[in-house]
Every structure is written in C-alpha cells, then in structure tokens.
Design a protein around this ligand. Structure first.
Ligand code: CO
Length: 134
C-alpha cells in the first residue's frame, strides 16, 4: 500500500538560515519561501534526487506547528509523508487495523494541492505520518 517517501518535514526557527544551510552547505536546490496561510506555515522546498525536504516555519497566531517549535526551539523533524494511490482506501485499511486518523478523518488539501491525511504519532513509532494521494 505504502509508496514513495514524498517528503520529510522539518520545523525550523529561522527559515532563511535553514534555506541557506541546505543551499550553500549541502548544495541542494532550494525554493523561495512560500507562505501558505491556510496551513499556518511558510515553507521552503528542498528538492533532492529521490525525495523532498520541507522546511517549515509557523505563520500566524494559529499555526499548527507553533507548539512544536516552542518545544523544540532548535527545530526538529516534524513528520514524514508517504504516497498512497488511494487515500480513502488507505485510511479505511489503517482504521480497521486500529490506527487513529487525526481530525475528522476526511482528507484535506495539502501543501501540494493533493488530498492528505495525518496519522497519530503514537500509532506509528512516535512519528507523525502524513499520507498524500499521489
Ligand atoms: Co507534509
């Protein structure tokens, strides 16, 4: 069922510094910062040959990653995103196996304009998992 690793999301305290680190020290191809007000984040996409890194910084007072940054002031890995071909079928299979889907269980539109769901970290080895319909 699980497909490619679509991205690793890292919350960072300073988006410009993190972008410069990936661009200048690691030699990666890095996008300009992209504000996504509906998601409460500003993101920089780092394109790697086999996947992406998303650098995330809180945007606005209601940002869903504000608490994470407060708890991890130096930044940290926030979630992994796996691709699936049918997100509702994946959800149904996971829920039948006892996994908890966050929110109301219905896919929302993610940062790439595709349907996404998040799975409870306590059900996945302490890691927040995003599923994206590829
Ligand atoms: Co993500």
């Amino acid at each position: 069922m699980i497909g490619k690793l679509n991205h690793v999301a890292i919350v960072v305290p300073d988006l410009q510094a993190a972008a410069a680190l990936y661009r200048d020290s690691l030699g990666a191809s890095v996008s300009a910062p992209l504000p996504l007000p509906e998601h409460g984040v500003t993101t920089v996409f780092v394109q790697l040959p086999n996947t992406k890194i998303e650098l995330l910084h809180p945007l606005g007072d209601q940002s869903p990653i504000r608490k994470f940054l407060d708890a991890n002031p130096a930044g940290g890995i926030h979630h992994l995103c796996y691709e699936v071909t049918d997100i509702r079928a994946a959800r149904d299979r996971l829920q039948a196996a006892g996994a908890r889907v966050l929110g109301d269980g219905e896919p929302s539109t993610g940062a790439h304009g595709k349907p996404v769901l998040f799975l409870h970290p306590k059900d996945f080895c302490g890691t927040l998992i995003e599923l994206e319909q590829a």
